[in-house]
Design a protein around this ligand. Structure first.
Ligand code: NOJ
Length: 561
């Protein structure tokens, strides 16, 4: 039966991630906003993506760039108003773009009314039980309740002062102290998040990206975390991917978390057309990740094993095959992603020779960088990504070929990681620098002409050639490559959801065919690679070398002649 595009669009959608703070500033305060997004909808429609995912736009003290939400059913005034949000959703739909928002169910802001109630109500209260409060260890209770560490560095616990002024209980925060974890054993937590889903679904939102979808449930008794490896990135041993045996973790990927998503799926399915979910779950075990994608749970998940893969043909092929096998087994389409707002931009990752998978900026800084090579690989990688079966994500600015900004001065860094890790980890600001749209100097059209406020993070002085304006019409630009690939993806029946058949090609070269009549070949690291017989070229990531062969770090889309 032919797929129903109205309900199955998500099975092969290309979804553009809008990191709202850095996308486009409509009101001239140096911070991106809803007005900025509305002004760029024609750009996104022209780019050829199917949907947008917008990072949190809710009221927030911004301790973690909006992932500390103080009101889930409203809009941060610096980003705009609820009316503007509704207008954006309607206008996006008119442009043929679906809209996904970001829901943050693991923690609220410490300024959320619930947290104020919890502090005021004191130990043992129902209000406090909406979060994870525990007495401390040690004779005076002045040691954290267990050994858990925050993702941003330091203990995952903060001690509070009780209403009577005495040193009190501790609360859990897997991220910053301003992000207290909520307690998913509490009925209010269930009902409130369900109300939030409905609030936005009723306003026409097509789905949600679920923040740290794998962390909601904590092991009963909150036992100390042994020194468990997480995330568990596979390494290549003897031509196969290898992981140490899986063991349960006290807070990542607990089996009970699936009950939450089964309940959410019922809500999404009660809408017409049904709404959809994508899990942000850093679960590197393909079989464990696939559990989130069972028919009565979430629709898709980000593929972080692919994002973190090393630039090596065998490794990439294993990751792709594993993904397709495990997700196919539960009937879910794969998704493919190269970058997002939490990882070093892939042009800069690909500029390094790495033998270990990973994505953090700290893994890069000491390695020599060849940005031209990084760009060539990024061009080759996007044809691979968009040629694979399933859906794909594009992180704003990757279509311009932006690199990671690695030399932001220490005093402008805003990611809580920088302070929490005692200035040992520069964090994620380098991939969050405001986009360059036009012109030859900062703010490169990010803010309207005449604005006096500077962009919230400084843009490099050498981005004039990387603006959307400069790249438009330049056949060699990254932007025109993305536009061409996205257009062809829509026109080519073999692309999108489906299957692939691997081609057996020389060492360092990856290739597959898809029916009807499509082939993709990526020369990852090989010597000049011949193209398979019987095909014409649809698109190449770079000029072909001598005798029509693919140089290393080049890819091609082909169609059977
Ligand atoms: C994942 C988000 O992508 C990241 O930006 C945020 O810091 C954490 N979750 C905590 O919400």
């Amino acid at each position: 039966m032919a797929p129903d595009r109205r309900t199955d669009w998500w099975r092969d959608a290309v979804i553009y991630q809008i990191y709202i703070r850095s996308f486009a500033d409509g009101d001239g305060d140096g911070l991106g906003d809803i007005a900025g997004i509305r002004s760029k909808l024609p750009y996104l429609a022209d780019l050829g993506v199917d949907a947008v995912w917008i990072n949190p736009w809710y009221p927030s003290p911004m301790a973690d760039a909006g992932y500390d939400v103080s009101d889930y059913r409203s809009v941060e005034p610096r980003f705009g108003t609820l009316e503007e949000a509704e207008a954006l959703i309607a206008e996006a739909h008119q442009h043929g773009l679906r809209v996904l928002l970001d829901i943050v169910p693991n923690h609220t802001s410490d300024r959320h009314p619930w947290f104020a109630d919890a502090l005021a109500a004191g130990p043992g209260s129902r209000a406090r039980d909406r979060y994870v409060f525990r007495p401390g260890r040690g004779p005076d209770g002045d040691e954290p309740p267990n050994s858990w560490q925050s993702v941003f560095g330091g203990p995952a616990w903060e001690r509070v002062t009780e209403p009577d002024g005495s040193p009190g209980e501790w609360y859990l925060h897997l991220f910053a102290p301003e992000q207290p974890d909520v307690n998913w054993e509490h009925a209010d937590v269930w009902s409130d998040f369900e109300e939030t889903l409905r609030f936005w679904f009723d306003r026409g939102v097509d789905g949600f990206r679920i923040d740290v979808a794998h962390s909601l449930i904590k092991q009963e008794g909150l036992p100390d975390a042994e020194d468990l490896e997480w995330p568990r990135r596979p390494v290549e041993v003897d031509g196969a991917l290898h992981r140490s045996p899986w063991q349960p973790h006290p807070f990542w990927d607990r089996d009970e978390v699936h009950e939450v998503y089964r309940a959410w799926r019922k809500i999404a399915d009660s809408y017409d057309p049904p709404r959809v979910f994508v899990a942000e779950a850093w679960v590197d075990e393909p079989e464990r990740l696939a559990r989130y994608l069972r028919a009565d749970e979430l629709h898709t998940a980000f593929n972080f094993t692919y994002l973190q893969a090393i630039w090596e043909a065998g490794y990439l092929r294993h990751v792709i095959s594993e993904t397709l096998a495990e997700q196919g087994a539960v009937g879910a389409p794969a998704t493919w992603v190269l970058s997002n707002h939490d990882v070093a931009r892939h042009v800069s990752r690909f500029a390094r020779e790495r033998s270990e998978p990973g994505s953090s900026v700290m893994q890069l800084l000491d390695l020599p960088a060849d940005l031209d090579l990084g760009r060539r690989r990024a061009r080759a990688a996007v044809l691979l990504t968009l040629g694979l079966p399933g859906g794909a994500y594009v992180y704003q600015g990757e279509e311009l070929g932006l690199p990671e900004v690695e030399d932001l001065p220490d005093d402008v860094l805003q990611d809580p990681t920088w302070e929490r890790a005692g200035h040992t980890d520069r964090g994620r600001d380098g991939c969050r620098v405001p986009l360059p749209w036009s012109g030859s100097a900062p703010p490169y059209g990010f803010s309207p002409e005449g604005s006096t406020a500077a962009p919230w993070l400084p843009q490099p002085g050498d981005w004039a050639g990387l603006t959307a304006e400069a790249e438009t019409g330049d056949p060699g630009s990254m932007l025109e490559l993305y536009r061409a690939a996205l257009r062809l993806r829509r026109e080519t029946p073999a692309l999108g959801d489906g299957e692939l058949t691997w081609l057996e090609l020389p060492e360092g070269v990856l290739g597959f065919t898809r029916d009807p009549g499509f082939a993709c070949v990526v020369n990852v690291t090989g010597t000049h690679a011949a193209l398979p017989e019987g095909y014409d070229i649809l698109l190449t990531s770079d000029d072909l070398g001598t005798e029509g062969r693919l140089p290393a770090a080049t890819s091609a889309w082909l169609k059977r002649n």
